[in-house]
Design a protein around this ligand. Structure first.
Ligand SMILES: Nc1nc2c(c(=O)[nH]1)N[C@H]1C(S)=C(S)[C@@H](COP(=O)(O)O)O[C@H]1N2
Ligand SMILES: [Mo]
Length: 529
């Protein structure tokens, strides 16, 4: 029995085929990871579609016309199919390259990954995280290909000439072979399952995005009257109205719930005279009005950014509750989201004629963004979000605090939680030195339902000085404030506190966010150079 040092031609071809398979598996892993990440951070950043769209853009017009003429309606599937074949061939080549000339296969894979990052980034509507899916996919694919081909090479090198009739020592090649097949097999199967699952998820969510994009809400019967002087012009100061893209997001949803307005229902039940059940059209046809409200999260620390102001478009909750007729003895409404989240809101806050608790369908001139509760959410001035601002709303159950509790109540937060007055310094930012001379300190302050009377600023241990306030839109929105001061070189502290229209001074003592919201005065270090 003679052992040759060179593998036979057939054996060589077999290893090349396995290398190609490892390459294709790495390609599949790239797509699966990218789709999965896209599901979390940037649905539109799925690299397959981005590359497809990119190809459509760069293909010369005559070729496009040829494609449309030849394939008609099927031009997109043909393009995607062609891209799919190209991906399979290219990843197989990467695998073979990596076996024959390492690390050329990894380099080629990296270059392809970088190209798909470029394709996603140049898409219109690319968000700040659009690069992440393709980068994540590339990293996983490169690591996988490196390890799989290393195992394949060990198998080949151990197994050289070791055919079934090679005597004795064939345990090593069999182990190497098993190691390679196990890695490639598990990776291929996971890529298939994860990739298809994530793609379906992305497709579904893009279609809800399309439904939202096509939705036309009726215009408001009344609009918010923004008075002159409502917005101060100070660099670094938060805008009066927070743009939707910058609006903080807090929820327990792992993936954004997808609720189609055409099948959405709102049930009002519990301690009511009549259980009612509304569709989206029913709600919208009750008439929409605009309301400016500053929303705040109980988790907002002193100086934090879990607070924002929007112009909401919606229907007062009291109008909907009136249809159902709450019964005597009820003192709470448990609002429920499609994702199971619940909030407990005092019934009185929702029926009070002087308080604009609303079922919102629009935010700053658009239908609610998907992350902010599309198609319907609740917004109640003066109550923290977790006890009032249920997104993806589906039911209102009239009940009592004694009988029912909401999501956060058994988790260490109060069943009732009015927003605590607070003030925040937006500029200067800590760590950003300011030049000596005339300078400004500016920020926002809120005391929803009561309104801010005054904001005072103290530099170092000086006197409290009144800041200039923006003209408030209403008592439910924050105001901007600014104080001019003469900055002397060195380090200084600025402290801010607010006073509400009932004459109460913002609480100085620090409290943590649990169980019902933080308190304390924000103090910031300013370096003057
Ligand atoms: N369905 C659902 N709605 C929810 C929440 C949630 O976890 N799930 N979080 C609430 C909390 S704690 C806050 S502060 C607000 C935040 O709303 P936003 O994400 O639109 O800013 O939504 C509220 N509505
Ligand atoms: Mo919150």
């Amino acid at each position: 029995m003679s052992r040759t040092n060179a593998p036979t031609r057939a054996a060589r071809l077999r290893f090349v085929a396995w290398a190609a398979a490892a390459g294709i598996t790495a390609g599949a892993a790239f797509l699966a990871v990218a789709e999965l990440v896209a599901l979390g951070v940037a649905r539109q950043a799925s690299p397959v579609l981005a590359v497809g769209a990119f190809v459509i853009d760069v293909v010369p017009q005559p070729l496009k016309e040829f494609a449309i003429a030849t394939f008609g309606e099927a031009d997109k599937p043909v393009l995607l199919g062609g891209l799919g074949i190209a991906v399979v061939v290219a990843s197989a080549v990467c695998g073979i390259l990596q076996l024959a000339r390492p690390p050329l296969g990894l380099v080629a894979l990296g270059v392809a990954g970088a190209a798909s990052v470029a394709a996603t980034l140049t898409r219109a509507g690319a968000s700040g995280w659009s690069w992440l899916p393709a980068v994540g996919g590339t990293v996983v694919a490169v690591l996988l290909l490196r390890e799989a081909v290393a195992r394949l090479r060990r198998w080949r090198d151990h197994g050289v000439g070791a055919g079934p009739d090679a005597a004795g020592d064939d345990a090593a090649p069999r182990l190497d072979r098993r190691r390679f097949l196990a890695l490639t097999g598990v990776a291929a199967a996971s890529a298939l399952v994860v990739g298809i699952g994530a793609r379906l998820g992305n497709a579904a969510s893009s279609s809800i995005a399309a439904i939202r994009g096509a939705l036309r809400l009726p215009g408001p019967r009344s609009v918010v009257d923004v008075p002159a002087g409502a917005e101060l012009d100070v660099p670094g100061l938060s805008p009066l109205i927070t743009p939707n893209d910058d609006f903080y997001r807090v929820d327990t949803a792992l993936t954004v719930p997808e609720v189609d307005p055409s099948t959405w229902r709102l049930v009002v039940d519990g301690m009511v005279d009549r259980r009612i059940d509304l569709g989206f059209e029913d709600l919208v046809s009750m008439g929409l009005d605009e309301f400016a409200v500053t929303l705040t999260c109980v988790s907002n620390e002193v100086g934090g950014d879990l607070v924002g102001t929007a112009i909401w478009l919606g229907v007062p909750v009291r109008d909907v509750l009136r249809l159902a007729g709450p019964q005597p003895g009820a003192d709470m409404v448990l609002s429920r989201s499609v994702d199971g989240f619940t909030a407990s809101t005092p019934l009185a806050s929702l029926t009070d004629d002087g308080l604009d608790a609303i079922l919102a369908v629009g935010m700053n001139g658009e239908p609610l963004p998907l992350e902010h509760g599309f198609p319907v959410r609740m917004v109640v001035p003066g109550l923290y979000g977790y006890v009032s601002a249920t997104k993806w709303l589906t039911a209102l159950t009239v009940t009592t605090f004694a009988d029912d509790e909401a999501y956060w109540t058994p988790r260490g937060y109060s069943a009732e939680a009015p927003i605590k007055m607070s003030s925040r310094i937006d500029t200067p930012k800590p760590g950003r030195p300011v030049p000596a001379g005339p300078a400004v300190v500016a920020g926002v302050a809120w005391a929803q339902t009561v309104g801010i009377e005054r904001v005072e600023v103290r530099i170092d241990d000086g006197d409290w000085r009144p800041a200039t306030l923006s003209t408030p839109i209403n008592a439910d929105t924050w105001v901007q404030w600014v104080l001019e001061w003469d900055a002397a070189p060195g380090t200084h502290y600025a402290t801010v506190r607010a006073v509400d229209r009932d004459g109460r001074v913002q609480v100085e003592e620090r409290a943590p966010i649990a169980p019902d919201g933080s308190t304390g005065w924000q103090r910031t270090l300013i370096t003057v150079t």
